[in-house]
Design a protein around this ligand. Sequence first.
Ligand code: BGC
Length: 413
Amino acid sequence: MDVSRSVTGARAVHAEPRPCAALFPPGFLWGVATGSHQTEGGNVASDWWYRENQPGTTVAERCGDAVDGYHRWPEDLDLAAGAGFTDYRFGIEWSRVEPADGHLSRAAVAHYRRVAEGAVARGLRPLVTLHHFTLPLWFAAGGGWLRPDATERFLRYVDALAPVLDAVVEHVETINEPNIVAMFPKLTGSGGLARGMPVPDEATTEVMIAVHRAAVARLRANHPGLRVGWGVSVQDYQAEPGAEAALEAYAEPRDQVFLRASAGDDFVGVQTYTGGRLRVDGSVVKNPAAERTQTGWEFTPAALGGAVRRVARVVRDVPIIVTENGVATADDTRRIAYTTGALESLRAAMDDGADVRGYFHWSLLDNWEWGHWGPTFGLVAVDRTTFARTPKPSLEWLGSLAPPQNPNRRESA
Ligand code: BGC
């Protein structure tokens, strides 16, 4: 199936009757992804807020008001639904729900319930992320994920979300990229892909897995209708000739241990942006001639299919949902080109047997990229003074590729 025929920008796509509607099967989740801290703004009780406001902070650019998503969510849902998407990933911010140890904010929980209900009212199935890099400051100050009561504290927060999860939520991602959390346990930020991925901290890896397993059990016990998983950062590592063992050794601590920990889950989220070739000695080949994105990563659209193929081999029978894929670029035609290649490689992986149930594009909005405002991943531009949203052609283009939906909404992954 060739999606490139429709890569002519939104206006041209509009003139054609959804040329690629058959690319993915009916009921396939077709979504856009956002995260809490990167869009909401004013998360004053979080560790990242504290950090960015310290004298001499290493955070280059403050998140501050972000893109005011906490107040402008109805507009954002309208944009996603209006473009044709059927699924919406958003984050719940723990530091808003529990700004002080044990003090839960009913108002914040009610807010997130309104967002979930607002999504459904517009025909969008919510996929909710419970932890996306930020922590309440009180939790981080007490040792973060390595504190002895980490699981217990996280479960207390999970319990507090019952009014949101009972409402209309279908999918929950417990932890966003636990492997990146374990790679940067000291909050040095993400963005390390250009230099190759550091080895995750072992203790943090163990805690992430334990917290996830406990959260899955708790969510299943309390909300039997939910589909629960987590989202692992999986880049497309390929072996140079003879480097197969080196690839295994590289990938094992960086993502495969996390992927295997999703055994028994309802889905595993795959979050892919780029890829790299590994030499026999385990180092990553740099290609000086490669096109690079605003984050410095190699522009490798087919990385998505490669990553999904490896994930399918590792997780075997756990269904896959692509919970993030996208590109940081100021040129929207390159975004469409990248996404075209990514979707074609995804479809090819599915044709070869990968059980993929959905695709979420990162991101709906240009947003705060963990210390920087420069990289723009959005299908929608945001004026950071007025917060006005301006759709790019890629929004309508990608929305127009939405697969036909089943009337029975519980049929997908
Ligand atoms: C994260 C996002 C981030 C994106 C692009 C993922 O690692 O979940 O928060 O913005 O990649 O860097």
